[in-house]
Unconditional design. Structure first.
Length: 208
């Protein structure tokens, strides 16, 4: 389908893909084929294992994509070269956005395939958690309902969790996405963003 679209005559109102940002090596399937179909495409990523990588990025590298400003945030843990992308636009009333790949999900976080709990804590609390509260969170997978069921187990008396779960189920029935979230919202129901709260840390000790 993509190949047919690329070789078809381009409509005048369709944007041309010139830059491609990859969060993690396991989100890079098909990169080589895409680059062959679209010569000159720049593929950004923080891991040399990213397929068809043309520009390796590191923490706090910045780029311009049209009128958008992109800042790279190094998030080693799920994979050692994982990168999140923080996007802002000057003189805009729209809130900023962060593309979190497999680091932060709605009400959850990624598995520690190549990192430690300390690294994930730093990523979630010390980096993502310090972004503007209104920042929209676009994650790489939509595990929202299952994540919220787990969070309800961790904090059964947290009304924000039950409210979000009810909302997410309604979205699912209506075939609507539960993404994006916001940094501010994640601090109300995501247990991995709430590890400093006594209820969460106490429950974690019980489960161990």
């Amino acid at each position: 389908m993509l190949k047919q679209s690329i070789h078809a005559r381009k409509p005048s109102n369709v944007a041309e893909l010139k830059q491609f940002f990859v969060a993690a090596k396991d989100h890079a399937g098909g990169n080589e084929k895409l680059v062959k179909l679209m010569p000159g495409l720049t593929v950004y990523g923080g891991d040399v294992r990213v397929g068809a990588l043309t520009q390796k990025v590191t923490h706090h590298n910045t780029f311009k994509v049209g009128s958008l400003n992109v800042k790279c945030l190094s998030m080693p843990c799920h994979t050692s070269g994982h990168i999140c992308y923080f996007v802002t636009k000057e003189n805009s009333t729209e809130p900023p956005a962060v593309f979190t790949g497999d680091t932060l999900f709605v009400a959850g976080c990624g598995k520690f395939f190549e990192g430690t709990a300390d690294e994930m804590y730093k990523a979630l609390i010390e980096v993502l958690g310090r972004l503007p509260p209104e920042t929209r969170v676009y994650c790489g997978h939509e595990y929202t309902i299952n994540n919220l069921k787990f969070t309800r187990h961790v904090e059964p008396n947290n009304e924000a969790i039950q409210k979000k779960l009810t909302w997410a189920k309604e979205k699912y029935v209506n075939r609507e996405p539960t993404i994006p979230s916001t940094v501010e919202d994640e601090f109300t129901f995501n247990p991995f963003m709430r590890v400093r709260y006594r209820e969460v840390s106490t429950r974690a000790c019980w489960d161990q």
